[in-house]
Design a protein around this ligand. Structure first.
Ligand code: C2O
Ligand code: CU
Ligand code: CU
Length: 551
């Protein structure tokens, strides 16, 4: 293959990167305006003077790989006291760490004093216990909006509760947003791990301030492994690397700079996009790799930014090497999907295999749209690659639509003020505190239709369950808003091959009805479903649901 690989340097200075508003999965060119996906969102954000991240030197910090956490002991299982489970203890603490060589250390909050926190490497079928201890200071360092439900001034400023995203856990271990606790307190969660190999992630879920706690750094990766995955002989050990990607804004002192609205009485802003993209806690890191296959476990942990990743020779290059996606949110796909680009909304994960063997002695960059994210320096030589890219991975049996006992029509909406500025987003026109309306029966199958009436794409996440995407279909939003009648504007569009496996978060595109099919397997009790754009989730775009016993 004749191509000139250059070092991906020399990118010109750019302002805050806008979110692409397009739904076809391809990057819109940067307009340089700080706007969310909906053009109706002027996002009247004000910021302290901020560092221009694109002016920072690129590829001067090695990519950190988070440590794997070890248990501190064993304790009896809540399911069966005769069985001892691994017991972990993680304290949430404030700490300082450098996000870039040329910035002063940044104050952050992290699990085990790191952001991202330590990696959990666990086995399917082997439950574990984690004590999550809130050892944070009593004061928050990011702007709380006390008008938001659950974040009123009579609540402690600092509140946390940990959710393991993608886990099948009982309600009391699931991190219910109202089950927060203040500094000095802790909670022990039981994760039974009765689920397939997948990349899960843990993060904060405290009602009304979740966006701030996560922006401060409370995220980490969690792997479930099983025999089916082991038997595939995928790249492992130092050849399997988590890439936890999120965007942030920094002020001139290198401190996190969370924007506020122009109204000091209601600081909430509808979306936050940072111009600095961090991978495992560093801006523009580099990774030295061998010319062989690597497995990258990618998470989009951004508050609001959808990312569109390519591997290339530089930010200017128009040529994109192929790679394979082997898994998504809830585990392996049926077979590898060949891609040049992968799109991830906040909360989504992709399991990728990239083969560097053709690029020995060269550099590649990982790009988000037209911006460099990190660099891979491929060594001239390496040890023999004994790993394989299998032809098939794991069966994903389709749930038949005929199995569904219920078809729920659920709107995604937004309430604006007189100036058309968003005040909040709602699911099915209901606030968080209204009575539960979604109450599936344990083990039953339902189809949920997300009728997106807004100008935004919303990544919708359900706790406890995994699901499959059926299709997306354009509809007449104005007609629906006026009469409640659903008029489709075209045929249903099947999910991309890279979304065709088990999911727990689905992109509900604007102007579309997105259908998912879910079997409510696991446990009864109260869980939540919500938009994973954290500014939406915190401001009413989250609802409880009850899994109930059948009769
Ligand atoms: Cu990633 Cu309700 O969570
Ligand atoms: Cu979750
Ligand atoms: Cu949303």
């Amino acid at each position: 293959m004749a191509l000139a690989l250059r070092r991906g340097m020399g990118q010109s200075a750019t302002p805050i990167i806008p979110q692409s508003a397009r739904t076809d999965g391809f990057a819109a060119p940067s307009t340089g305006q700080n706007m969310g996906p909906g053009i109706s969102h002027p996002a009247p954000a004000t910021l302290r003077k901020q560092v221009n991240a694109s002016s920072l030197a690129q590829f001067v910090d090695p990519l950190p790989v988070p440590e794997t956490i070890q248990p501190v002991g064993h304790r009896p299982s809540p399911d069966n006291p005769a069985v001892l489970l691994s017991y972990y203890r993680v304290s949430m603490r404030q700490f300082e760490a450098k996000v870039h060589r040329d910035l002063p250390p940044t104050r952050q909050w992290g699990y085990a004093s790191a952001s991202p926190g330590p990696v959990f490497d666990t086995r399917s079928g082997q439950g574990l216990l984690v004590e999550w201890a809130n050892e944070l200071p009593a004061k928050h360092f990011l702007p709380i909006d006390h008008n938001i439900h659950g974040a009123e001034a009579d609540k402690p400023e600092v509140r946390t509760v940990v959710h393991l995203h993608g886990a099948k856990a009982r309600p009391k271990s699931d991190g219910y947003p109202e089950s927060w606790y203040a500094p000095g307190k802790s909670a022990v969660c039981h994760y039974p791990n009765r689920q397939d190999a997948a990349m899960l992630w843990y993060h904060d879920h405290a009602l009304g301030i979740n966006r701030l706690n996560i922006f401060a750094g409370l995220v980490g990766a969690f792997f479930v492994r099983d025999d089916i995955e082991d038997a595939l002989n995928l790249p492992r050990g130092k050849y399997e690397i988590p890439l936890v990607i999120y965007d942030r804004l920094f002020d001139l002192e290198g401190q996190l700079n969370y924007p506020v609205s122009s109204d000091p009485k209601s600081p909430w802003v509808p979306e936050v996009y940072g111009d600095a993209v961090l991978v495992n806690g560093k801006i523009f890191p580099y990774l030295e790799v061998e010319p062989r296959k690597y497995r990258f476990r990618v998470l989009n942990g951004s508050n609001g930014r959808a990312i569109h990743l390519t591997f290339s020779s530089s930010s200017q290059a128009q040529w994109f090497p192929k790679f394979h996606q082997i898994g998504s949110d809830q585990g392996l796909l049926t077979a590898p999907v060949e891609l040049t680009r992968v799109r991830l909304s906040p909360g989504e994960r992709a399991d990728l295999i990239f083969d560097f063997s053709e690029y020995a002695g060269n550099n590649l960059v990982l790009r988000n749209d037209n911006f460099n994210v990190m660099q891979f320096r491929v060594a001239a030589k390496g040890a023999r690659d004994g790993s394989v890219l299998p032809k098939s991975l794991r069966p994903v049996p389709k749930i038949a639509e005929s199995a569904a006992v219920k078809n729920r029509m659920l709107t995604l909406g937004e309430i604006d003020d007189a100036q058309k500025r968003p005040l909040m987003s709602l699911l099915n026109s209901a606030h968080w505190s209204m009575p539960v309306t979604e109450n599936p029966v344990l083990d039953s199958v339902e189809i949920w239709n997300f009728i997106n009436l807004t100008n935004d794409d919303h990544p919708i996440h359900l706790h406890m369950v995994r699901f499959q995407i059926l299709d997306r279909r354009a509809f007449n939003v104005n007609a629906y808003s006026a009469t409640g009648e659903l008029k489709y504007l075209g045929p249903p569009v099947a999910p991309d091959p890279s979304e065709a496996g088990w999911k727990d978060t689905v992109r509900a595109d604007h102007g579309m009805v997105t259908r998912i099919i879910i079997r409510f397997e696991g446990f009864t009790g109260r869980y939540v479903w919500h938009c994973h754009i954290l500014e939406h989730e915190d401001n009413e775009m989250m609802r409880p649901f009850d899994v109930v016993e059948g009769c």
